[in-house]
Ligand binder design. Structure first.
Ligand code: PLP
Ligand code: COI
Length: 341
């Protein structure tokens, strides 16, 4: 696959796809220490056929975006939080974390090196950064690798869910993506591998994504396949599931703060799939999803419609405007959220 040229790209119709850009950052851990990382042009890995990542899934990843500001500069959004979460994912899978300060510096280097691929302000598109940590050393028995690769690639992206700010339909599944006490809190590939069959079944049936229910009771909402869930009640509470088996979403924690600022009452709590009536509006939130309105959830053949199947609700729209205003640098948010590259 050849390198993508800037002239190949239509900023307004990007989709959520991989493009092989000129530069990525790569570092190797061997002999008990991280060697200095560097920007390289080779987008391939050469690793052992016995690499632990390939057999036993010893890997973790992150997702964050670079946003073109109207002044031509570029913002990252809370990259320190991605660095910290990747360190926690690494700990859960017995991998050496990439040092958090170097992680943020490496992200900046990748953005700067590929800066012509940061989409223009106003297109709505962004440059998605994908940090990855893999156990590259060989093993046959189930134990952690002795060598690791840390890599960050970048790819320009548009909306993750087809509709953007148009509501889309979601469906519950009999499958779980992560177990109670499993790896749901970590951003590891195995959780996503487990979500592919239910996700593809949902897509084939015309839904945007799956609503996972808690793995113990199948009663309470966990999260979506690629984002956290929120609902806004008629009396102004901004509710989002509290569970040990969901990803601690950086967008979620940001929106909990912005909801409060907007006069809503934010709360992480148990949300029963049988109590959707309490919500006037609902949405998906995440780096890729940004805020995507949830038009409906179908559970056991029963479809529940929230605000509207075709129009975004006013509170969801206001939160979207505030969040993206901070990300794209047109509004000032809490200290350290927007980081200049
Ligand atoms: N939940 C899942 C399963 C995800 O894949 C993501 C995306 O990263 C999120 C939630 C949202 O997390 P964040 O806001 O940190 O991107
Ligand atoms: C993200 O929002 O960064 C994600 O990781 C979601 C998905 C693309 C896996």
């Amino acid at each position: 696959m050849g390198k993508t040229q800037v002239t190949d790209l239509d900023w307004d119709n990007l989709g959520f796809a991989y493009h092989d850009l000129p530069y990525r950052y790569r570092a190797v851990y061997r002999n008990g220490a991280w060697e200095p990382g560097e920007l390289i042009t080779d987008s391939d890995f050469q690793i052992s056929e016995a690499a632990v990542a390939l057999h036993y899934g010893q890997q973790a990843f992150e997702g964050l975006k670079a946003y073109r500001r109207p002044d031509g500069g570029v913002n990252l959004f809370r990259p320190d939080q991605n660095a910290a979460r990747m360190a926690r994912s690494a700990e859960r899978l017995r991998m050496p974390a990439y040092p958090e300060d170097l992680f943020v510096e490496a992200v900046k280097q990748v953005v700067a090196a590929n800066q012509e691929f940061v989409p223009p302000y106003g297109s709505g598109a962004t440059l998605y950064l994908r940090p990855l940590l893999i156990g590259s050393g060989p093993a046959v028995g189930v134990h952690s690798a002795d060598e690791y690769i840390f890599n960050i690639y970048a790819t320009p992206v548009g909306a993750y869910y087809k509709g953007g700010l148009t509501p889309t339909a979601y469906v519950t599944s009999e499958y779980d993506r992560a177990a109670h006490g499993g790896t749901g809190q970590a951003k590891v590939g195995g959780n996503y591998a487990a979500s592919m069959l239910p996700g593809e079944q949902a897509h084939a049936a015309g839904y945007s994504d799956v609503v996972y229910l808690d793995p113990r009771l199948h009663e309470n909402i966990e999260e979506l396949g690629s984002a956290n869930f929120f609902g806004i009640t008629r009396d102004g509470r901004f509710l989002t599931p509290k569970s040990p088996s969901i990803l601690p979403s950086i967008t979620k924690y940001s929106l909990l703060a912005l909801a409060k600022e907007a006069g809503l009452q934010p709360e992480e709590t148990t949300i029963s799939i049988n109590e959707l009536d309490q919500f006037e509006e609902a949405g998906a939130m995440g780096t890729a999803a940004v805020i995507s309105p949830v038009g409906s959830i179908t559970h056991r053949g029963q479809k529940h419609v929230f605000y509207s199947e075709t129009a975004v609700g006013p509170k969801t729209q206001a939160l979207y405007d505030r969040l993206t205003g901070i990300q794209f640098g047109t509004e000032v948010g809490p200290a350290d959220w927007a980081v200049d590259v």
